[in-house]
Design a binder for this molecule. Structure first.
Ligand code: PEP
Ligand code: MN
Length: 345
């Protein structure tokens, strides 16, 4: 429920209403704006009715949020949220490209790849240290050593970095090394992990589950926001369909749909979305054209030698060429590619 106060309402009135909301066991929200103070009440709809705020003399309007997600909804927050990832603004005008290897494999591999993607215009480095692999016999990532190497590579290249956290027990250590925490497709409905990420002060990149509906993704994001972390960036990475010609079916419909439903930024991952490196550049341009806020792209200094996802990884030269092709498309959509635009900290 959104409660808009009259312009003449005093801070004491806002406080009194917030206390009434809290006393009913609901979650009170205080959202002061430039012209009006807006309050929120989250919780059981039947309890919300008992507030009878419509008749309060200092209340201008009361609006129910019809969607099942509340904090992530556009109704609650009409303006786009901009998330600061280590000084890079995601969700503002610039189109942000996050690039790097699927997995951190060695110091040389990650440092070389980080420098290459930075010089081509990537704004954030990616790289997995804890890898969620389908087979238990496949390379599982370097773990904490991988986090150290990723941080070292990011610093060497002058970029912030993001990496996946697979388990509640690892949130603290990943938080220490990375500028943003990625919750992967396989963990999108790991509600314990989502709650733990909600306790972190770092931004969270939440990937859509491979069999998740858009609504499921938004409700997963709601878990993180409900715990107090509003710095969530969504990511469309393809879903499982009957089509087996590509690794996944990259659902670009989801991008404009998500932009209508939520204020949170949305990225597209055309690497996992297609599984085929030759489709990464065309789908990157399509993502920019349909309103994505940025991309997550796998780049390896030698894709043939990659220990994971080599088939969908670009070489540094292919990534440089993608960036050149992407630039005019993103600019034409009003989203200049700009690694240089940094938010003040
Ligand atoms: C990844 O980005 O490294 C990854 C494992 O992706 P997803 O969770 O989308 O499969
Ligand atoms: Mn991968």
């Amino acid at each position: 429920m959104i409660i808009v106060l009259r312009p003449e309402a005093t801070p004491d009135t806002a406080q009194e209403i917030l206390e009434r909301i809290g006393a009913l066991g609901l979650k009170p929200l205080h959202m002061p704006g430039t012209e009006r103070v807006v309050l929120g009440a989250l919780g059981d709809e039947r309890v919300l009715e008992q507030l009878h705020l419509e008749s309060h003399p200092m209340v201008e309007s009361v609006q129910r949020i019809l969607a099942p997600w509340k904090l992530v909804s556009r109704e609650m927050h009409p303006h786009d949220t901009v998330v600061d990832v280590g000084g890079v603004a995601v969700g503002g005008a610039p189109f942000v490209v996050i690039a790097g290897p699927c997995a951190v494999e060695s110091r040389e591999q990650v440092v070389e790849t980080a420098r290459a993607v930075a010089s081509s215009g990537a704004a954030i480095l990616r790289g997995g240290a804890f890898k969620p692999r389908t087979s238990p016999y496949a390379f599982q990532g370097l773990g904490i050593e991988g986090l150290r190497l990723l941080r070292e590579a990011a610093d060497a290249a002058g970029l912030p970095c993001v990496t996946e956290v697979l388990d509640v027990a690892d949130v603290e250590v990943v938080d220490r090394y990375a500028d943003a925490l990625q919750c992967g497709a396989r963990n999108m409905q790991n509600f314990r992990l989502l709650k733990e990420l909600g306790q972190s002060r770092k931004p969270v990149i939440l990937k859509r589950g491979m069999s998740a509906r858009v609504d499921d993704l938004l409700l997963a994001a709601e878990y993180v926001l409900a715990e107090g972390n509003s710095r969530v960036i969504l990511c469309e990475r393809g879903i499982r369909t009957f089509e087996t010609a590509t690794r996944n079916t990259l659902d670009l419909n989801a991008v404009p749909l998500i932009r209508r439903r939520t204020h949170l930024p949305i990225l597209v991952d055309p690497s996992h979305g297609t599984g085929l490196r030759e489709l990464v550049a065309p789908m990157s341009k399509a993502a920019a054209a349909c309103g994505a806020d940025g991309l997550l792209i796998e780049v390896h200094r030698d894709p043939q030698e990659a220990r994971s996802d080599g088939r969908q990884s670009l070489s540094p030269a292919q990534f440089a060429s993608l960036m050149r092709e992407l630039e005019p498309v993103a600019s034409a959509c009003g989203r200049p590619l700009s690694p240089a635009v940094r938010v003040a900290r």
